[in-house]
Design a protein around this ligand. Sequence first.
Ligand code: GLA
Length: 522
Amino acid sequence: MTGSTSWKRTRVNKPTLRHYGSRSAALLCLLLISLVLTPLASSQGLTGKWAGLWRTLDNGEEDPMYLDLYQEGSKITGTITTIGHIWQVNGTATGNRFEIFFSPRDKKPRVTGELAGSELHLTREDAQFTAVAAKPGDAYPPFEHMTLPALHDVPPNNLAALPPMGWNSWNLFQNNIDDKTVRAIADEMVANGMRDAGYVYINLDDTWEGVRDAQGNLQANHKFPDMKGLADYVHARGMKLGIYSSPGPRTCAEYPGSYGNEEQDARTFASWGIDYLKYDWCGARMLYKNEDMQALYQKMGDALRKADRPVVYSLCQYGNAKVETWGAKVGGNLWRTTGDISDTWTSMIANIEKQVPTAPYAGPGHWNDPDMLEIGNGGMTDEEYRTHMSLWAVTASPLLAGNDIRKMSPAVKSILLNKEVLAVDQDALGKQASPTRAGDVETWVKPLADGSVAVAVVNLGASATTAKVQADKLGMPGQAFSARDLWAHTTVPLQKGTYTAALASHGVVMLRVAPANTATKQ
Ligand code: GLA
């Protein structure tokens, strides 16, 4: 699977004018050259098969890019294949320059470039590289489909009675994560009280992977020289270690996935002392359809069970194929309900709204996951991060911090460590709140195990407004109520069963309301 070295960057040989003796001879030559070349370029343009070395992965594997393009006028269509993905692409050419999009949803082109003589000079993400005409055989060998197992119910592993809490490396660090950073994050989570507040999983996301050894055992790459040692370190601090893989041959970031090696990888993870697996669909798209998801996730569910170590199983397939209806059957403890979150108000709100229809499927042992937290990553205001935390708590969502724990502002720390809000998320009843909407104001109500309810009133609008909480709309019997404001940490009056408070744009008022004789103090 590694790329051939023939795709290395080649130099453009530009003709130099001094070879032609005089200025006029040079101009004549230029004219002749352009007469010869122009029809060729405009009739062919980008059309053809190209190959170039895009990048080298952190495990040393080369990731060549093969482009099979067709240009008609300014329109470009075709396929771009890398080590882990096949993209049906569309793009536009303007003169010799072009931009290529992988999906109509892309806001920016994924690949840009220039046709320079017989080469393409390409830019993708931070990498600039050259592609040349592909030679016969320049393609990734096809993968074989595995026979998919018949569906059956994987017995529950009895883990995750409450929504999992911890930290994950992806949202902020992406591929810039290593053993040293993870140990420092674990230490800080002990020191700052996060572990004791319940954040116990330290989850490595994509790009930890090395290559398989001669026996097919997947190794970690140079960033994680001693995975067992890292797990021991995390365990010694009373925390747990999570890892990431894919049902596909490659992960989303194109590192080796568990395709065809499920049992062996589950055993490897168990031997390292792994406690949590996030299993990400992405790279399986090359081979399988959404209808195949259940069988492929079941395969790893069975493999984890056979490896005989308690491992929380987190399905990551962006909420496709109605995962909430079968996630628990494949042994899943949580499943993503959405695409990837980003650190913006719009993305955060879109993710939580997308989770709404899945509410009936949340409960002890199996949770809907609107993706990891962005709190503290800098793209939202503290007000918006309070709303983010409140919404994740009332929906009983997993709470996986995604920021640099070592560098938190006091405000961010107080948001992640608000124990009254955490208690709502971690309530034993495990109910996922659903919202009602009036104008820009949404009210989310979550019944709690002690008979009280948590209410989050959120202002989606651009102007300040008033939050109104009415006890008779919370499904609570009786006349007298007591309430805690979970962000102000005060007891608030519910006169005649109603509480009103100022509500900032994108802000939240979060209460815990109980019949008056029930203690609501934390
Ligand atoms: C997908 C997942 C993300 C993250 C990346 C890693 O995009 O949805 O949460 O795991 O892959 O490559």
